[in-house]
Design a protein around this ligand. Sequence first.
Ligand SMILES: NC(=O)c1ccc[n+]([C@@H]2O[C@H](COP(=O)([O-])OP(=O)(O)OC[C@H]3O[C@@H](n4cnc5c(N)ncnc54)[C@H](OP(=O)(O)O)[C@@H]3O)[C@@H](O)[C@H]2O)c1
Length: 286
Amino acid sequence: MDRNLPEKVVVKTSVKTGAVLWIAGASSGIGAAVAREWVRRGGRVALSARRANRLDALVRELGGTARAISVACDVTRDGDCERAVAEIISRWGCLDLAFANAGFGVSAEFDQLSIDDYRRQFETNVYGALRVARGAFPELKRSQGLFAVTSSVLGHVSLPGGSPYAMSKFAVRAFAEALRVEWQRHGVGVTLISPGFVASEIRQVDNEGRHHPDARDPVPEWLVVPVEAAAREIADAFEARESERIVTRHGKVLVLLNRLFPGLVRRFILPRFATPPGQKGWTRKR
Ligand SMILES: NC(=O)c1ccc[n+]([C@@H]2O[C@H](COP(=O)([O-])OP(=O)(O)OC[C@H]3O[C@@H](n4cnc5c(N)ncnc54)[C@H](OP(=O)(O)O)[C@@H]3O)[C@@H](O)[C@H]2O)c1
């Protein structure tokens, strides 16, 4: 028997009412929708991102500081996550869940990208998730809580023209799978969230991380799932302390097909999603 294992490993099966959820990447899209859903279910949320005006507006929308607080945090900066957790503890005294959700996409074919493009992608999507985990772990141990992190269906299936993003999301999945076993003996759960196409601002952000609010979503509308539906699925996964939730039906189908018939997926599906030169990724060829 492993001597490090406590005699009885506590595995919570649900999240108590009023549970404090810290969301890193809460100013728009999936993070903001999960915040709304969590408060609707009776929980409390601490919202982090760089756009403080968005977070403050969301706090007001959620009824003020009894239910929601805004906590400044840029996940690419060392020390921000520790400071954010300290602020949450000084305000509410506990942290039950931490959701490392901050991310954006760098996409183009390999020969059009620099090493710095890959580095920038990893700094937010991978090292950002690491910083959230590092900042939250001491408190999650105390609360026997849950660490959740957003990967993607593209953390299972790598699309041509999107290697930086897919690499970052494969890395996040590997991180979560290792942590899940490591943190079992501390009673901390790990949930991997792997969405397919969900309505958000992600496809309005360019390779440098700049927002283009007028940019058209290149993904066909019928394939994009409303963010509220995704948020409900994600909150369900948190409450059940699931190991992984693949969000969206098309996402589940693609991951399964890729597992069972990788050759067919490579030959018939992936080429249809190749990014035309000079265009932002995840575009179907027209
Ligand atoms: N929507 C999809 O189709 C889809 C599919 C698969 C996976 N995902 C993943 O889902 C997660 C959420 O994305 P989304 O789709 O909801 O896009 P989004 O609307 O663009 O939201 C991204 C969030 O990440 C935050 N963020 C980015 N860089 C940050 C940084 N350095 N520090 C702190 N926060 C940062 C943004 O806030 P600020 O800009 O204010 O900092 C924003 O709140 C991402 O990890 C994304 O990769 C999305």
